[in-house]
Design a protein around this ligand. Structure first.
Ligand SMILES: Nc1ncnc2c1ncn2[C@@H]1O[C@H](COP(=O)(O)OP(=O)(O)OP(=O)(O)O)[C@@H](O)[C@H]1O
Ligand SMILES: [Mg+2]
Length: 277
């Protein structure tokens, strides 16, 4: 799916009128099939951007286009169909506690095939095979019939990601997929996600706090800061200086004013950033 944002600002409905908009004057273009990581400090607007792209939040000003059409100007039926092409994997997937993993994964297809067909498909071996294959890519084959409330936090997060693989979505939006995963599973999850998106030619937009992983696995990096675009570069162009500027306020909160301390957590900033003074 092709994405175009022109000078887009967005405000959460519950936000006070006196607070700044969560996204401000954002302009971005993404080609169909592109894979983009969105990084930036907490509160920068990363999740808000995903909500905007999955049409859960309308722009307050500016223009959003998905496949060259403004989703908010489409008739209701067409907007519904378009939403079926969008898939958002939230940081904490909303999984009903007593549900079986297989049902939770296949529920990912609900926006495309509807509730009735989705329930019926549970009885078809092909659907179960599909769920099993998706789970296998996240090392969860043995949990196919386990209850969701008997999974660890990381396993639940991977069930949420496996859902993305059973959908037909052409825009995959993934929010902090590594937050509950150990380094090995995190790596495996990112590889599975990027491969699956590539195989079906879907556009992938993924927010990440783990900057090193973003630079290693995504060709293009969008940096957000205070709701605005800080940079939009290829991974090779993201220099330590740019990263330091992106996270500068964050660093001062951790270290106080003056030069940043060299012993910042590796998970947040890559080692080469810390070496750059
Ligand atoms: N539902 C909401 N109602 C009102 N304000 C919100 C809501 N969700 C987020 N915000 C505000 O919008 C801004 C951007 O939040 P957002 O969740 O997009 O940040 P983020 O970059 O995803 O942060 P994090 O890395 O912590 O997940 C923040 O100032 C936040 O307080
Ligand atoms: Mg967020």
């Amino acid at each position: 799916m092709k994405i175009s944002l022109r000078d887009v600002s967005a405000r959460h409905p519950a936000a006070k009128a006196t607070t700044a908009a969560a996204l401000r004057g954002l302009s971005l273009q993404m080609a169909s099939g592109e894979q983009v990581a969105v990084i930036g400090p907490s509160g920068a607007g990363k999740t808000t951007l995903l909500h905007l792209l999955c049409c859960a939040l309308p722009p307050s000003t500016g223009c959003l286009e998905l496949n060259a059409r403004d989703p908010w100007k489409l008739p209701r039926g067409q907007l519904q169909r378009l939403r079926g092409e969008l898939f958002l994997a939230p940081q904490v997937p909303p999984l009903p506690p007593r549900q079986r993993v297989v049902t939770a994964v296949l529920a990912g297809r609900l926006p495309q095939i509807g509730l009735w067909q989705s329930l019926r498909s549970l009885f078809y071996p092909t659907a179960i095979t599909q769920a099993d294959a998706a789970l296998a890519r996240f090392d969860l084959s043995d949990k196919l019939f386990a209850r969701v409330d008997r999974l660890s936090g990381g396993e639940r997060q991977r069930v949420g990601l496996a859902r993305a693989l059973v959908t037909q979505a052409t825009l995959l939006l993934v929010d902090e997929p590594l937050s509950a995963l150990d380094p090995t599973r995190g790596l495996q999850a990112l590889v599975s996600l990027t491969q699956a998106a590539q195989e079906r030619g879907a556009t992938l937009v993924c927010t990440l706090h783990h900057v090193e992983m973003a630079l290693q696995h995504f060709p293009r990096i969008v940096g957000l800061r205070d709701g605005a675009l800080a940079f939009d570069l290829s991974a090779a162009e993201v220099t330590p200086e740019r990263l330091r500027a992106l996270y500068a306020q964050h660093l001062h909160e951790l270290t106080g004013p003056g030069p940043a301390a060299p012993d910042l957590p590796v998970a947040v900033l890559p080692p080469r950033v810390m070496n750059c003074r």
